[in-house]
Structures are given as C-alpha cells and as structure tokens.
Design a protein around this ligand. Structure first.
Ligand code: NAP
Length: 329
C-alpha cells in the first residue's frame, strides 16, 4: 500500500500500527523515531521496524505515509522538526485523541503538496510503551478521520484503506464534532475515574486498604481507566477544554438530579434512570463494541485464583488484566 511508513512515537498506538502494518504487509519499509534511546532500543529488540532513529526529520524523509503517535503536547516540536523534510505528495496523519487543537498546531507546518489528514483510532488500553502494543488493537474498532474541506480525495481514500486493512471501520467528521463526541464518550469518563480513584487515594490508610480489598464491588472498574497514561491525559484536558467543560456541565446537572433522588428517597426516578442506562450497555454490545460476557476481573473460564496474598500492609495485590479490553481516548 505504501513504500515507506514513518511512525513518530512508538508507544502503545505506534507499536500497534507497526505490528499490524507489518503483519498485513501494508508498507515496504517502516521507519521509527522516538525521543529516548531506551525506547528506540526496545522497539529495535521487538523488531517493530526497518530503520530506527532519534532524528524525526530523518525518519520522515522519503516517507509516503507519516503518522504522529506522540502525546499531543509534543506535536508543535515534532512538526517543527519534520515539516521541512516531508516529501511532496506524502500523507501526514496522526492518532491524537483531540482534533481541533491538532489541526491548529500542525497545519502551519504542513508544506504545499503534503496531504494532512488528522486521525484518531478509538482503541486503546491503559498500558504504554512499545511492548504494550499488539496487532489486533484496531480490529473491529472505529477510526475517525477529520480531513479539511479541501482535502485530496485520493489521499483520504488511501488512508481509509490503510485503517481498513488494520481492521478498523473508518468514519470522517468535522474536528469540532469529534471533540464534542469524544468529550462525553472518553474524556469525561476518564475525568470521573481519575476523580473517584483520587478520592480513595486521599482517604486515611485504614479506609483505603478496605476499599482496595473490597474493590471488586465496583471501584475496581474505575481503576483500570484511572491507570491510563498521565501525560497523554494531561494533554487531552489541556487541549479539549471547551468540549470537556460543556459535557461536564451536563454531567453535573444530572448528578444533582440523582443526588436529589437519593436524598428524598425517590425510588421511581432512580429505577427509571438505571433502566435507561442498562439499555445503553445493551446497545454497545449489539454494536459489537463490547461482549456480553460477565466481567469479573479475570479471564473467563480461568481457574479460581488462590486467595490474594496480603502485602505487608495487609492489602492484597491488585492485578491488571492484560489488554484490559477497554477502549480509551
Ligand atoms: P505511549 O505508549 O506513552 O507512547 C508515547 C510515544 O511518544 C513514545 O514513543 C514516546 O517516546 C513519545 N513521546 C512522549 N513524549 C514525547 C515528547 N515530549 N516528545 C517526543 N516524543 C514523545 O503513548 P500512546 O498511548 O501510544 O499515545 C500516543 C498518542 O495516541 C497520543 O496522542 C494519544 O492521544 C493517542 N491515543 C492513545 C490511545 C490510548 O489508549 N493510549 C488511544 C487512541 C489515541 P519516548 O518513550 O522515547 O519518550
């Protein structure tokens, strides 16, 4: 599909693209650039590409598809490096979780003749780094592209085919609409998870150890999301502020209604509310974005684990599921 694919950043998302592209034979060669030597060596040891460098400009030279896979806060510096080295006719894309801000930061650096088509795969886990990736990450998941009004149709079609070959369904939309949709489907849920887990982190030691011990009653499911990469999520909230505040406002209004229902003992309101939310869960399963299998924190059908070993402080260890199955960002 492409002669040379360049990936700037080789963490969870970059390394998953590298693995899937290699498996499906989508590029004749893959160039990898990352900031730290240790990460580069990890990528090399995993055999993720053909060329490895810490020089972003060197990685993109002659590439016909370049994908930025770094935190959004690093885009401006990366674009200053690679802008002059991009080949005319190349497609430049990214995987960042916010799109309006990305367009603002990237566009001024895009030379004439280079096709900039922002992207965002709606797939991820709470793990980071080159070893966290796996080739099936994008299978059956959506990838959103936000091409500008004058975008080259052929380039958009080529990028759509690339994501299709990685296993994704592709939808195009306006960057502002993307940011609003993602604010409620991903960004606000992460903020809520960071908040509830943060509340526990501030509890006095005894109560905290009780919460961890009895976490399977609900709290555990928030901790997976709240274990997501702090830098990446800092950047999401710094760059999608308006949409997040809009959705957070609606969330807080609804929370007040629920608070009132609890305070006055309004059973019908609560029951009606919880019935509606159950239906949303069912429609996500019907849409193929989740399975109906009960999730109780270990692989289904796995042997009953031994009783958790208490740590010196009396708190059992909590395990993290491989590839948590959760979507993110
Ligand atoms: P990751 O696993 O933490 O990997 C980040 C990569 O970016 C590493 O190669 C890292 O290089 C590099 N990097 C970090 N800070 C940098 C900086 N200041 N300058 C230059 N390079 C830097 O991250 P990820 O989860 O793959 O996320 C990458 C992008 O994908 C983000 O923009 C995020 O919004 C988007 N995204 C993430 C998910 C998800 O679930 N994680 C889902 C969809 C989209 P070194 O290790 O060499 O420092």
């Amino acid at each position: 599909m492409f002669d040379k694919l360049a990936l700037i950043g080789i963490g969870l998302i970059g390394s998953s693209i590298a693995r899937a592209a290699r498996l499906k034979g989508l590029a004749r060669s893959i160039s990898i650039a990352t900031r730290q030597q240790a990460t580069l060596e990890q990528a090399r040891a995993l055999g993720l590409g053909d060329h490895y460098t810490r020089d972003n400009a060197e990685a993109v030279r002659d590439a016909d598809l370049v994908i930025l896979c770094v935190p959004i806060g690093a885009y401006a510096a990366v674009m200053a490096d690679i802008g002059p080295a991009l080949k005319p006719g190349a497609i430049l894309s990214d995987v960042g979780s916010v799109k309006g801000h990305v367009v603002k930061v990237v566009e001024p650096h895009v030379p004439a003749g280079v096709h900039f088509i922002p992207g965002h795969p709606i797939a991820g886990t709470e793990h980071s780094g080159p070893s966290a990736g796996f080739p099936e990450l994008f299978a059956g998941r959506w990838c959103i592209l936000t091409p500008g009004k004058g975008a080259d149709r052929v380039a958009v079609d080529r990028l759509t085919s690339f994501w299709g070959a990685l296993g994704s369904n592709v939808e195009c939309m306006d960057p502002a609409h993307h940011d609003l949709v993602l604010a409620i489907t991903s960004h606000v849920p992460h903020l809520i998870a960071y908040n509830i887990v943060g509340t526990v982190a501030d509890l006095e030691a005894h109560t905290q150890s009780e919460v961890i011990k009895f976490s399977a009653s609900g709290f555990r499911d928030f901790t997976r999301i709240a274990a997501s990469d702090p830098v990446m999520w800092r950047d999401v909230f710094l760059t999608n502020r308006d949409a997040v505040l809009e959705m957070l406002g609606r969330f807080l209004e609804d929370l007040s209604q629920l608070q009132r229902a609890v305070r006055v003992g309004d059973g019908p309101t609560m029951e009606g509310w919880f019935t509606r939310t159950r239906a949303i869960r069912r429609s996500i399963i019907t849409a193929g974005q989740e399975t109906a299998a009960p999730d109780f924190g270990r692989p289904h059908g796995a042997a009953e684990p031994a009783a958790p070993a208490p740590t010196p402080g009396g708190v059992p260890e909590i395990g993290i599921r491989e590839h948590g199955g959760g979507e993110d960002a």
